[in-house]
Design a protein around this ligand. Structure first.
Ligand code: SPD
Length: 352
């Protein structure tokens, strides 16, 4: 483990202790304009933020959210003042449809030439009109090797009563309902009410086995051995693996959810120019590679791939096999049918 990695491990645990943190990345850096970024926790190498601040004579203020829905609800409730957000693509579609995002000025974004065209061919906003892919996220199951008997790479592990109280699932409606749908062989984007009712029954059956539904504490809980098996995101799990070498990550055999969190500039940003400069900076190939090596999510910047170390290049949960892509899905904005998912989610939350 390198010094930088060990240092980050401690940093991410410290950051994860708060549900949300707000800091000026320069930690006392000078004046200048402030770029306000609203993003997921542990999602950028702090040194890169400091480098950007130095290069642009500005300060970067990071505020974190735990789910797309929480971020969206906060913005809808009137929280303003952000200059850059990183929602997942389905939420980008929803926000774009509601006029919440700026059209990007490609003249300010020459590094978009490095974005992976293979990814763009699958992306909802393949022309990068209002969003630029930031990180690809693979959802899976993490567990402690040697502590879970008869480990099977399957969503059905959450039905295992012998692991009662030692497992968590994500507090993320589309992810968790999606996991149950996948376990049943259905699409994570189904709008079929019967399929969703089956998923609801399955989740309610699993619920007594779960210590909780949440998106941050599972990392520390897995590292410490409090939890033996968790539903989580690949990069977060690889960060945790630096703290505990027994941590393993698997993509369930039924398939999984692949997301891309995108860089978007909200309409009304007071620092849209600086936000474009930050997007462009994050897609400088050396910066993209350094960020990926640190946070363990893949920035889909093709030029950066050759700059990654063999461990990252050879990680099949970061560079996915085409076969895994084939049995997995990307969450789509399903419009009015979202209400069906909200109903399942509410019933799951209120179930014993
Ligand atoms: N700590 C970073 C977590 C990023 C998770 N992105 C979530 C994608 C949701 N589908």
């Amino acid at each position: 483990m390198s010094i930088a990695r060990g240092g980050f491990g401690r940093a991410f645990i410290a950051c994860s202790l708060g549900a949300a943190f707000f800091f000026t990345a320069g930690c006392g850096g000078g004046g200048g304009p402030v770029l306000r970024v609203y993003t997921w926790s542990d999602y950028i190498k702090p040194e890169l933020v400091r480098r950007f601040e130095r290069e642009h004579g500005c300060r970067v203020a990071l505020d974190t959210f735990e789910s797309n829905e929480a971020m969206y609800a906060k913005l809808k409730a009137g929280a303003g003042g952000y200059d850059l957000l990183t929602p997942s693509s389905y939420m980008v579609s929803l926000m774009h449809g509601q006029g919440m995002l700026m059209t990007l000025d490609h003249a300010l974004l020459p590094n978009l030439a490095h974005v992976d065209p293979d990814y763009l061919a699958r992306a909802v906003d393949g022309a990068m009109d209002h969003s630029v892919p930031y990180m690809l996220v693979v959802t899976g199951i993490a567990y402690l090797e040697g502590r879970v008997r008869d480990m099977t790479p399957s969503w059905t592990m959450f039905g295992r009563a012998d692991l009662r109280g030692r497992m968590t699932m994500l507090n993320d409606m589309r992810e968790t309902v999606g996991a149950a749908l996948k376990a049943l062989g259905y699409s994570i984007n189904t709008t079929n009410g019967d399929e969703l009712r089956e998923a609801e029954r399955l989740l309610i059956e699993w619920k007594p086995n779960l210590a909780k539904l949440e998106n941050e504490q599972y990392k520390i809980g897995l590292a410490s051995g409090e939890f033996l098996l968790v539903h989580g995101w690949n990069g977060d799990v690889f960060q945790v693996a630096q703290e505990n070498p027994e941590v393993r990550f698997v993509v369930p055999e039924e398939g999984t959810i692949i997301s891309c969190d995108d860089l978007v500039v909200p309409a009304g940003s007071a620092q849209a120019g600086l936000a474009h400069a930050f997007i462009n900076f994050l897609h400088e190939p050396r910066v993209a590679a350094e960020n990926t090596e640190f946070i363990h999510y893949l920035c889909p910047n093709r030029t950066s791939y050759d700059l990654l170390g063999p461990e990252t290049r050879g990680n099949p949960s970061i560079f996915l096999d085409p076969e895994v892509w084939a049995r997995s899905e990307v969450i789509a904005d399903i419009g009015a049918a979202n209400a069906l998912y909200v109903r399942v989610w509410d019933r799951l939350k209120s179930a014993k």
